[in-house]
Design a protein around this ligand. Structure first.
Ligand code: UD1
Ligand code: CA
Length: 433
């Protein structure tokens, strides 16, 4: 693949008002990453020259994308004077003769899917698909096997609205076609916008060849609303999970599992139903039991859940985490924490057992503090470990103890309990029995 043959322009300047959101449309996420991230990622597989057109919330868009990629050209659209997809193409300068223009709201596109648009020497290739419900898309008017024009929904007559062949929003142009026709666009339409799609009818009127390329909705779906967003997410989830299962991950009821695109698996892993695994989590030779949530964490040779919650920045190795255990920003190696605990900002070493209901009190209302627990420590049920705290190796903490000493030395039993009293016949008196 010669990445120097084609330039790609991604239109990402629009408001996306149909999303009904304060956030720019292209920054809405699908499987954990912004729509624009997905399309740039696919684009970089086939081109070294990528331009992203921004305007609405441009600072946020540029900042977010620059955190992933350092080789993108950003161009600012003069959206006040030249609104619309055609306005977005003004002042674009690209390196190559062939130019692929993509809408930024197509997160499902793959590099593979773009192959068909390469090689449009001296004409235009445009993407079309047939939809039972073409609502929202521009209708493609084809006569004598030639695309004649694209009519936007808001400009369409009743007859044109009934056309089910629509513009998917991807075009391959040769550079000279863009240079010729973009300056000629007008905004004489229902939305008072400069439509990139009008290049098609102008080029056609001049006798140029417009080749329609039939594409599939699975990869070319445009996202305009939050319903579309959730549909796109479902398609991408399916893709992510299918590929993980093909590479060896066992999933029970995969339709109930949510896994973001940055998550990786190694070795033999089982993910039970209802799990959510996000961020750049890495799961290695582990069993994630039903309804557990793992955020941006590493899990190796361990079993987690059911119903456990690993919040970001956990490293869990050779460890058993049971139900209703929440862990945050902690490293546990060779540990058992079977039931109902909160472990935050802690390091716990091997051979240590954390009893039911143990809590690290890591927050004093102002600051977070650390808890360090050594090897072979036995922490009895319902103990509170008030941080900052170090518990050395070989320590027993009695059930129900509140550890406040800052340091517990090796070999001791730490116990804090008030002496049990029993009051004879109290029950019978109280209930009058
Ligand atoms: C566009 C097409 C329509 C096609 C559909 C496919 C036009 C006029 N219409 O319509 O024929 O069926 O895509 O999904 O092109 N954008 C800018 N600057 C703007 C306006 C939009 O950069 O001034 C960007 C948006 O951020 C978005 C993309 O262009 O990523 C498409 O804009 P959108 O408003 O979604 O176009 P549609 O109405 O869907
Ligand atoms: Ca769109």
């Amino acid at each position: 693949m010669d990445k120097n043959k084609i330039s790609i322009v991604i239109l990402a300047a629009g408001k996306g008002s149909r999303m009904k959101s304060p956030k720019a449309k292209v920054l809405h996420t699908v499987c954990g990453k912004e729509m624009l991230y997905h399309i740039i990622k696919s684009s970089r597989e086939i081109s070294n020259d990528i331009t992203v057109v921004v305007a609405h919330q441009k600072d946020a868009v540029v900042k977010q994308m620059s955190s992933y990629f350092d080789d993108i050209n950003f161009v600012i659209q003069d959206a006040d004077n030249f609104p619309g997809t055609g306005g977005a193409m003004k002042n674009i300068s690209v390196k190559n003769e062939n130019v692929l223009v993509l809408n930024g709201d197509m997160p499902l596109l793959t590099a593979d899917a773009l192959q068909g648009f390469l090689g449009c020497d001296n004409g235009i290739i445009m993407s079309i698909f047939d939809l039972q419900n073409p609502d929202g898309y521009g209708r493609v008017i084809i006569e004598n096997n030639q695309v004649q024009r694209i009519v936007e929904q808001k400009d369409a007559s009743a007859k044109e609205l009934s056309v089910t062949t629509v513009n998917a929003g991807i075009y391959a142009f040769s550079k000279n076609i863009l240079e010729k026709y973009i300056p000629l666009l007008s905004n004489d339409n229902a939305q008072k916008e400069y439509y990139l799609t009008d290049v098609i009818s102008m080029a056609r009127a001049d006798g140029l060849n417009i080749s329609p390329l039939l594409v599939d909705e699975e990869r070319f779906k445009g996202v305009n609303s939050k319903k579309d967003l959730s549909d796109a997410e479902e398609i991408m989830q399916d893709r992510i999970k299918t590929s993980l299962m093909e590479s060896g991950v066992i999933m029970q009821l995969p339709s109930t599992i949510y896994i973001e695109e940055g998550v990786t698996f190694e070795g033999e892993c089982i993910v039970e139903n209802g799990c959510r695994i996000t961020g750049n989590s890495k799961i290695i030779n582990s069993h994630i039991k039903a309804h557990s949530v793992i955020e941006d964490s590493i899990v190796k040779n361990s079993d987690i859940g059911p119903l456990a919650h690993l919040r970001p920045a956990c490293v869990i190795e050779d460890t058993h985490i049971g139900n209703f255990v929440e862990i945050k920003k902690s490293t546990l190696k060779g540990v058992k924490a079977g039931h109902l605990s909160y472990i935050g900002d802690a390091t716990v070493d091997e051979g240590t057992n954390i009893g039911a209901g143990v809590i690290t009190c890591n927050y004093d209302g102002i600051k977070k503090h650390e808890t360090i627990i050594g090897k072979n420590v036995f922490i009895g049920s319902d103990s509170q470990l008030v941080a900052p705290l170090t518990i050395e190796d070989d320590v027993m903490i009695a059930a129900g103890t509140t550890v406040t000493s800052g340091r517990v030395e090796s070999g001791v039993l730490a116990i804090s309990r008030t002496k049990l009293r029993t009051i004879k016949d109290f029950y019978y008196k109280f209930f009058n029995k």
